[in-house]
Design a protein around this ligand. Structure first.
Ligand code: GLN
Length: 303
């Protein structure tokens, strides 16, 4: 891909040229002190090439991007049984919204909003202890990234636990509807800890390779499951900003409130972008801009 190094270098320079970085996710106090003026972009290809620009080795909190890995493990374990507990429809609401949960009798709309990810975490936790479950999730992420230097940031997990009233409300509501197998505190402790995994943009792009669907890389999950995860990323990966992201970028992707976005070019590449300032949907502001430009300049789109 001859033009990629120049395109990424130019993107990095242009993103740093203006200071409209967006807002940090201050509702997790440990994240509030992150400097918003940071940017990284990494493309890893099915052929094994890696292209980078910016702060690509700075670790950040990947947050909701881990919901992909938990979902992959939950589907691997429970198969279609999982869909009895969580739906596959876009929510059109904020990631932490509670209003639909009552209307849908405690079955969250999809596995990427918080309520849905609490359910997939609960599914993976069932019959296990939190440490065992977290070890399994970490092992999956490390194997996907071919990198053992990926860890949980205990300070971020503790910070979210101390301030996670909204997620406690969601978990207790799920429990009241009979859609939680474990005690809310136990499921949430596991959820907060997997959200608190730190990765660099380089590690995240590497970890995303298992979603590319190609014979050129070792396979981690079934091809049919790769397609389904990508479908959910496209329709639900950016919450109530999913339609706008699909319109502007045209690639399946998942965001996190730490400012990371993982996007997939099916058959070709895994892309990680990171810039901690967020837009009004809670998705990386410059990250979204950069993804849109990269997709356009490379002619990458699933459409
Ligand atoms: N751990 C965060 C939360 O539950 C994840 C949210 C996100 O990244 N969108 O609020």
């Amino acid at each position: 891909m001859p033009h990629l190094p120049e395109i990424l270098a130019q993107l990095n320079a242009d993103m740093r040229a203006t200071d409209d970085w967006g807002d940090i996710a201050a509702y997790i106090p440990q994240l509030a002190s992150v400097d918003p003026a940071q940017f990284a972009i990494v493309v890893t290809t099915a052929d094994g090439e890696v292209f980078t620009a910016g702060d690509v080795d700075t670790p950040f909190s990947v947050q909701s991007i881990t919901k992909i890995f938990t979902l992959a493990i939950a589907l691997g374990r429970s198969g279609d049984q999982l869909w009895k507990r969580v739906g596959r429809e876009p929510s059109g609401r904020a990631f932490n919204s509670i209003v639909q949960l009552e209307a849908e009798q405690g079955r969250p709309r999809n596995p990427f909003i918080n309520a849905g990810a609490i359910v997939t975490t609960d599914e993976v936790l069932t019959g296990r202890e939190p440490r065992e479950t977290l070890a399994e999730i970490l092992q999956f992420v490390r194997a996907a990234a071919s990198d053992d230097d990926i860890h949980i940031n205990e300070k971020v997990a503790a910070s979210e636990t101390a301030h996670g009233h909204r997620n406690f409300a969601l978990a207790h509501f799920l429990a009241s509807c009979g859609n939680l197998n474990n005690a809310p505190e136990k499921t949430l402790g596991t959820y907060f800890h997997h959200c608190a995994i730190d990765m660099s943009a380089r590690q995240l792009a590497m970890a995303g390779r298992f979603l590319i669907e190609t014979d050129k890389l070792p396979r981690m999950i079934l091809p049919a499951r790769i397609r389904r995860l990508n479908a959910l990323m496209l329709t639900c990966g950016h919450y109530d900003g999913s339609g706008d992201f699909a319109y502007r970028v045209g690639l399946p992707a998942k965001s996190g409130v730490g400012g990371g976005i993982l996007a997939i070019v099916p058959g070709r590449a895994s892309i990680a972008v990171w810039s901690p300032g967020l837009n009004r949907y809670g998705n990386s502001k410059k990250g979204t801009q950069a993804m849109a430009r990269l997709a356009r300049e490379m002619g990458w789109s699933i459409f």
